[in-house]
Ligand binder design. Structure first.
Ligand SMILES: Nc1ncnc2c1ncn2[C@@H]1O[C@H](COP(=O)(O)OP(=O)(O)OP(=O)(O)O)[C@@H](O)[C@H]1O
Ligand SMILES: Cc1cn([C@H]2C[C@H](O)[C@@H](COP(=O)(O)O)O2)c(=O)[nH]c1=O
Length: 213
């Protein structure tokens, strides 16, 4: 099973992924947890470039291609091998992030970003995507609270209008693909969210087990 988490910066993805991983591992399930951009040495080098606030000359097209390149490498080195061995893969962001941040945020268009990513992923889609939906002002508040020492990265420096487009695009993806993408209200407490996510994932796992006998 391939599970992805999506949402604006500060939505609580990292917090909930750690909690879900613990619950799955307590049941004896093999879990591989990873994130984008990054998750491989090449991906980490691309991440450093993509998030560096000093990297001011990256064009929107180059940005979309670098996210897709990090993804292709992560699929080759981590995600496909883990899925082939029967593990559960949990990834912090995937193609939906590129559609939202580059397609809508940078206004490159959904189709252009989808086609680059179809090449990068060979069409591999998550079985379940958990969209942690948070209003833009709450996202910015959480990010600014957690970045007091480091300062915002290159993407976090963008304005509220940009993140408004990103949030809208995420919600539209969920409307188009309701079977894959489940929207949860990320304003709830970490404990409430953990319960809700566990209910979702354990149900899906039981369904998959039922189908496979
Ligand atoms: N449910 C919640 N309610 C309030 N604050 C939360 C909640 N979950 C996480 N936080 C806080 O919000 C901040 C961001 O959380 P976290 O790192 O889990 O989010 P994220 O979605 O992974 O962020 P990013 O995309 O920027 O990596 C942290 O300071 C965390 O303590
Ligand atoms: C995968 C992906 C990510 N982004 C953006 C979203 C975030 O601002 C950063 C990643 O930082 P995080 O702390 O690990 O969430 O990159 C993007 O713009 N496009 C993408 O495809």
């Amino acid at each position: 099973m391939f599970i992805t988490f999506e949402g604006l910066d500060g939505a609580g993805k990292t917090t909930q992924i750690a909690r879900l991983r613990r619950r799955l591992e307590d049941l004896g399930t093999r879990v591989v947890m990873t994130r984008e951009p990054g998750g491989t040495p090449i991906g980490d080098a691309l991440r450093a470039m993509l998030l560096d606030p000093g990297q001011t000359s990256l064009s929107p097209h180059t940005e979309a291609l670098l996210y897709a390149a990090s993804r292709a490498q992560l699929l080759a080195e981590v995600i496909r091998p883990a899925l082939n061995e029967g593990g559960i893969v949990i990834c912090d962001r995937y193609v939906d992030a590129s559609i939202a941040y580059q397609g809508a945020g940078l206004q490159l268009g959904t189709e252009a970003v989808e086609s680059v990513n179809a090449f990068a992923t060979g069409g591999l889609q998550p079985d379940l995507t958990i969209l942690m939906d948070l209003p833009v002002d709450e996202s910015r508040h959480r990010v600014s609270e957690s970045l007091r020492t480091t300062g915002p990265d290159r993407i976090e420096q963008r304005d509220a209008e940009y993140f408004g487009r990103v949030r809208k695009a995420f919600r539209e993806i969920a409307q188009y693909e309701p079977h894959r993408v489940v929207v949860i209200d990320a304003r709830k407490t970490p404990e409430e969210l953990e319960q809700e996510i566990w209910y979702l994932v354990s149900n899906r796992l039981n369904i998959i087990k039922g189908i496979r006998g």
